[in-house]
Design a protein around this ligand. Structure first.
Ligand code: AMP
Ligand code: MG
Length: 487
């Protein structure tokens, strides 16, 4: 077989071509000493990219944006956004580039995007760079989310740049190659709407429909159908986060996709103990993005999307607002339904059980977990064993054993389906102490802990001997977890 070369990589430039108002042609910064740290071979195969090519110097050149097919025009995308509630009219890719779109084996397009590729005109005060730890964190957590079945952007590779980057300390630089069904965000619509050019908003909506919700094109009001579809996708997504104990950390409108994929893993975390008020991000003083606030914030962000779409919904503004409000009302219902269905699955409830029977059992269990500060992931997985008549592992996690035993007896009377539970309750999630340990080692040059953790969390439902330490909460000395925005 001929060696695959750069000329064999077909990336289209749809967004760059169709949205000149929202894209600045830009080149990546030179990388002094590139070193491929991690490559996602299964994802590369799905994208029709040859691993031998990607690991070659041309391939690494593509993954850093330094050697590109001649006809390719990378762009920095413009977007606006509400950050912690405050509107910023001009954010955009300050340290990222959209290389272009590539066809996935499912026949649909994917964006190929670099993060940490150098300062762009959207860079404001930033240096345009990224460092090894946070890029590997995004790689690890996004791939774990994907393995958990939660919609997310994917990670194709992380390349160390050999450049030293000033953060609180001097750290090794890196570039992440991210793959998404698109990078159109709520903030993209806010940006388009703020230009006052309704034609631009309409084109962006049509682009979003064609890439994500083609069925909406046939609706009587395609733009209203688009908004309904985004609302449904986000309701389902945030319910999935809640069910798995994920805290995104920075749910700004520029970090919320139109596709319904999780994006931008910054100060995110999986909680260990069940604590609905859990806040992890050190910059989130008010707890705006605390675990329990996530559905509320998602709805708030969707209202910002609705505002941006208003001129498309109806020519009469009052009517448009009425339509938007009515559509947004669906969010709570959809979220609650998705959450309840997910919780019923986690507890192995069989079809046909009345909500009046399952609802109180769910509520009582969550109270027990919260009062006992019980490890969320471990307890649900252990309940699978309890459903098989082996309650001891679960009992050992719960301080109030008497109350728990009484609960288990009522729950088991409903014959929960243990096998179904094991398909939705993971054994391995990227626990904060494991992630921090793996990233610290990787920053120091030892990638082995990262690869081992990656192996555990990318097959999360399969309990495997030898991986016991990946299935338990943090040791006491790990203390209260805080993630920092120093990305
Ligand atoms: P994020 O918190 O990663 O969602 O980023 C928010 C905004 O800040 C985006 O517009 C980023 O492009 C920009 N940004 C973050 N870090 C940097 C950096 N080191 N240099 C330039 N821009 C940055
Ligand atoms: Mg962002």
């Amino acid at each position: 077989m001929d060696a695959v070369s750069l000329s064999a990589v077909t990336l289209s430039g749809h967004f760059a071509r169709d949205f000149p108002e929202m894209a600045i042609a830009w080149r990546a910064e030179e990388v002094p000493d590139p070193e491929l740290l991690v490559i996602n071979e299964p994802l590369a195969a799905e994208l029709g990219l040859d691993t031998d090519f990607l690991t070659s110097s041309d391939g690494v050149g593509l993954l850093t944006g330094c050697r590109l097919p001649v006809d390719l025009t990378p762009v920095a995308q413009a977007y606006a956004g509400h950050q912690f509630g405050w509107y910023a009219p001009r954010l955009g890719d300050g340290r990222a580039l959209l290389l272009g779109e590539i066809t996935h084996s499912d026949g649909k397009l994917r964006d190929v995007h670099l993060k940490g590729s150098g300062r762009t005109p959207f860079g404001r005060g930033g240096d345009g760079l990224a460092v090894v730890g946070p890029m590997l964190r995004e790689y690890l957590v996004s791939e774990a989310m994907h393995a958990l079945g939660i919609p997310t952007t994917r990670s194709l590779a992380v390349v160390g740049t050999g450049r030293l980057v000033q953060r609180e300390t001097v750290l090794p630089g890196a570039v992440l190659t991210r793959v998404a069904t698109s990078h159109v965000r709520v903030g993209s619509f806010q940006y388009a709407a703020a230009t006052g050019d309704t034609g631009l908003v309409r084109r962006l909506a049509e682009y979003a429909i064609s890439r994500h919700y083609p069925a909406a094109a046939a609706a009587e009001n395609p733009y209203l159908a688009l908004f309904h579809a985004v609302t449904a996708a986000q309701a389902s997504l945030v319910a999935r986060w809640m069910l798995v104990g994920f805290v995104h950390g920075v749910m700004n409108t520029d970090n919320m996709t139109i596709s319904g994929e999780t994006i931008d893993y910054g100060p995110c975390a999986f909680r260990d103990a069940f604590d609905p008020a859990a806040v992890y991000s050190s910059v989130d003083d008010g707890g705006r993005y605390a675990y329990r606030n996530q559905p509320v914030v998602a709805e708030w962000n969707l209202a910002r999307l609705a505002e941006s779409l208003l001129p498309l919904l109806h020519e009469d503004q009052e009517t448009a607002i009425g339509l938007a409000v009515e559509a947004l009302d669906d969010f709570r219902r959809q979220y609650s339904a998705a959450w309840a269905a997910g919780m019923n699955a986690k507890l192995g409830f069989r079809r046909g059980l009345e909500d009046a029977v399952t609802g109180p059992l769910v509520e009582e269990l969550l109270v027990l977990l919260q009062e006992g500060q019980v490890d969320y992931t471990s307890i649900f997985r252990s309940l699978g064993k309890a459903a098989r008549g082996e309650p001891e592992p679960a009992r050992q996690l719960v301080p109030d054993v008497t109350a728990f035993d009484a609960w288990v007896e009522r729950w088991r009377a409903l014959s929960p389906d243990a096998d179904a539970m094991d398909r939705v309750n993971p054994v391995y999630i990227p626990r904060n102490h494991l992630v921090e340990g793996a990233l610290a080692a990787a920053t120091g040059g030892d990638l082995d802990p990262l690869f081992r953790l990656l192996d555990a969390v990318t097959r999360p439902f399969e309990e495997r001997p030898g991986l016991e330490r990946y299935a338990v909460g943090a040791p006491e000395e790990f203390g209260t977890y805080r993630t920092f925005c120093g990305t």
